[in-house]
Write a protein that binds this ligand. Structure first.
Ligand SMILES: Nc1ncnc2c1ncn2[C@@H]1O[C@H](COP(=O)(O)OP(=O)(O)OP(=O)(O)O)[C@@H](O)[C@H]1O
Ligand SMILES: [Mg+2]
Length: 247
């Protein structure tokens, strides 16, 4: 479904993604693991088109130089030249890191915004699905999103991404800063999303909490792949185990 080939992202002087290749098959849940600055966000932002958008903006302003290389194929077609919106239209939807929500808007307004490319009927159905997936959101739907806890914000962020009806959802560190209880709620949500037929690419610093739901994973360091394999293979790799499983 998704094929990333020899991806390169160079921010002025920092090589954020270095000749990285990975693939995600339809129906899979695939993990990308790496420590701070490994390149996880850059990778997901580049797949979603945000890096290209930033590059174009910086060019117009005469600001930072960003160099992009490599190919990104989605359902067999190159998407690396498309705008973020065109990628959303094809079904590639990013849920950004650190629980992004519009603070002054209510939960439901945030969710509706995610469905901006969808019909009224699809938005209605999407809202019902988001509330079924994360029941606390129904109770909180008129609350300003800025008032919510980190875990609740993450539910809103994921719900908002789902409103766009993704075929592939890119989740950037959805567990960041959440309590173990909230982490398991979000992991449960990701599993439900996958069961509904959405393919999932999920980044995290640590592999352990998402281990029960991933089919395969990639470990990246300094923008390059160091190991790839099934969950079991990653667990059996001593280096990966000590660095990304916290044992
Ligand atoms: N907009 C930017 N401008 C310049 N350099 C950037 C930019 N975004 C990221 N970088 C650099 O690219 C590298 C990869 O950063 P990235 O945010 O992709 O890592 P990450 O794996 O998501 O880290 P974290 O776990 O902290 O979220 C870092 O060295 C970072 O400083
Ligand atoms: Mg990041």
């Amino acid at each position: 479904m998704l094929e990333v080939q020899n991806l390169l992202v160079f921010y002025e002087n920092a090589l954020a993604v270095n000749d990285l290749s990975l693939s995600v098959e339809e129906g899979e849940v695939v993990g990308v693991f790496g420590s701070n600055s490994a390149g996880k966000t850059t990778l997901l932002n580049t797949i979603a088109g945000l890096t290209l958008h930033l590059q174009n903006r910086e060019r117009r302003r005469g600001g930072m130089r960003i160099t992009l290389g490599g190919r990104i194929l989605f359902e067999g077609e190159p998407i690396e030249g498309l705008s973020p919106r065109a990628r959303v239209e094809r079904g590639v939807v990013l849920c950004r890191e650190r629980h992004p929500v519009l603070k002054d808007n209510t939960v439901e307004e945030n969710l509706r915004l995610g469905g901006y490319l969808r019909s009224r009927r699809e938005v209605k159905q999407g809202l019902e699905e988001a509330y079924a997936l994360f029941p606390p959101l129904l109770r909180l739907r008129r609350r300003k999103a800025g008032m919510l806890s980190g875990g609740e914000k993450e539910m809103v962020a994921i719900g908002t991404a789902l409103m766009a009806r993704p075929k592939l959802i890119l989740m950037d560190e959805p567990l960041l800063g959440l309590s173990p209880l909230m982490q398991s709620e979000v992991v449960r949500g990701a599993r439900e999303i996958s069961k509904k037929g959405v393919t999932v690419l999920i980044s995290e610093q640590y592999a352990r909490p998402v281990m029960p739901i991933i089919d395969r994973g990639y470990v990246i360091e300094n923008g390059s792949q160091v190991v790839a394999g099934t969950g079991k293979e990653l667990l059996e790799n001593p280096e990966v185990k000590s660095a990304y499983f916290g044992v």
